[in-house]
Design a protein around this ligand. Structure first.
Ligand SMILES: C[S@@+](CC[C@H](N)C(=O)[O-])C[C@H]1O[C@@H](n2cnc3c(N)ncnc32)[C@H](O)[C@@H]1O
Length: 382
């Protein structure tokens, strides 16, 4: 069967990519039919979104590609029909089937053991819940999404595949509606701070895996839950970015950047990509030392500037002799970034895996190397 062949190819790719290792998860990815969960989705089309469904050529190949497949825009289920009718629509993704690679990473990082009760927050298409059901058994899986249309469709698709997890509609930031205790909690969306309801619904010693939603320095974290609703753990070395839970969306961040010809430029040894690209490793430390700084995309060339809510900004340009920077507003953002980079250098250039997070109620603290003695910063900025 074609879908089986494509599924096997995807598994081989994930193994080769070094994100899928454990046999139970290899089996789950090789078995659960992703195409059942993705009868329709959006694909990028010149800055907008075009609608694809199963009657389109290439649909099945796209389903078994390594890409994220967006399934909802702007919380509005009617956008797909509109895009189908008009060709393409603008919009912000609000539900998707995530990249298989990041799903594999998160599922393995969850360290599920036989018999564990697992909660997934963010049912979406239901595909990840299907993988969990294959590995753990439907009776051990609960999943919740805030959108009733999504949970209804996911329930039906899961049932088509022979899976029947406990599926609920509700605000996953408040935990699962029926107050049972879980051994593992996996949020397939991102959060600005760790919802305390998750810790209250997790057995002591249980694990929570989620991604952090921050303007810079987001990514994966795994926490071990303590006896008294506390939790502590590490930022994980593999990076992963997810759309946020609804209440955890960052406020819009309008930035007013002056024209390049109206500003003074000076040479700098630091580049914008050093600050913004997670692969360069400075990004996580920069997010801690430069709280509230947002990357701003400059159209039409797609380069980035830095901006702060107080109106400060910094932008760079490449010249024949290197990088130049211009900055303005009440705080000199680029000077601060250069100072942070020197500090990072003097600390031995720690990458994201050197950082951790401790949750004690509303006090949520990021730290370097050691929660007691290391440098510390509040999660969520100043
Ligand atoms: C990236 S998608 C999840 C993908 C999903 N696991 C799958 O396999 O298709 C994120 C999901 O989080 C859901 N979501 C957003 N806010 C939520 C909330 N407060 N509680 C529960 N789900 C939420 C969205 O509706 C969306 O479906």
């Amino acid at each position: 069967m074609r879908s089986q062949r494509l599924r096997r190819r995807l598994v081989r790719q994930l193994v080769a990519e070094d994100v899928l290792h454990e046999q139970p998860w290899v089996q789950a990815f090789a078995t659960v039919p992703r195409h059942v969960f993705l009868p329709r989705f959006f694909v990028p089309a010149g800055g907008q979104w075009a609608a694809v469904d199963r009657s389109d050529p290439g649909w099945l190949e796209r389903v078994y590609s390594r890409d994220v497949l967006v399934t909802q825009l702007d919380d509005d289920p009617s956008r797909w029909e509109l895009a189908r009718a008009t060709g393409s629509v603008p919009g912000t993704p609000t539900s998707s089937s995530s990249m298989p690679a990041i799903m594999a990473i998160m599922l393995e990082e969850l360290q599920v053991r036989d018999g564990d009760q697992v909660l997934e927050i963010g049912t979406g298409t239901g595909y990840n819940a299907g993988l969990l059901c294959h590995r753990c058994g439907s009776g051990s899986v609960s999943t919740v999404d805030i959108d009733p249309g999504l949970t209804a469709a996911a329930r039906e698709r899961l049932s088509t595949c022979g899976y029947a997890p406990t599926c609920a509609t509700g605000d996953g930031a408040l935990g699962f509606p029926t107050g049972i205790l879980f051994d593992r909690v996996l949020c397939t969306a991102s959060v600005s701070t760790i919802p305390l309801a998750w810790l209250a619904q997790t057995v002591p010693g249980g694990l929570v895996v989620t991604t952090l939603n921050r303007p810079l320095g987001g990514g994966l974290v795994r926490l071990i839950v303590g006896e008294d609703g506390t939790a502590e753990g590490r930022i994980l070395p593999r990076d992963g970015r997810f759309m946020p839970l609804r209440a955890h969306r960052l406020p819009p961040h309008p930035a007013h950047l002056p024209e390049p010809s109206d500003v003074d430029w000076r040479p700098t040894g630091l580049s914008m990509s050093e600050i913004l690209k997670p692969r360069r490793h400075f990004e996580f430390f920069a997010s801690l030392e430069l709280p509230d700084i947002h990357p701003v995309r400059i159209e039409p060339d797609g380069t980035f500037a830095l901006s702060h809510p107080d109106g400060s900004w910094a932008r760079t340009r490449r010249t024949d002799s290197g990088v130049e920077v211009a900055q303005g507003g009440p705080r000199a953002l680029w000077d601060l970034a250069e100072q942070a980079h020197h500090r990072w250098d003097s600390l031995g250039r720690p990458d994201r895996s050197h950082f951790g997070l401790t949750v004690r109620g509303d006090e949520q603290t990021l730290w370097l190397d050691n929660p007691e003695t290391g440098l510390r910063w509040p999660l969520g900025g100043t």
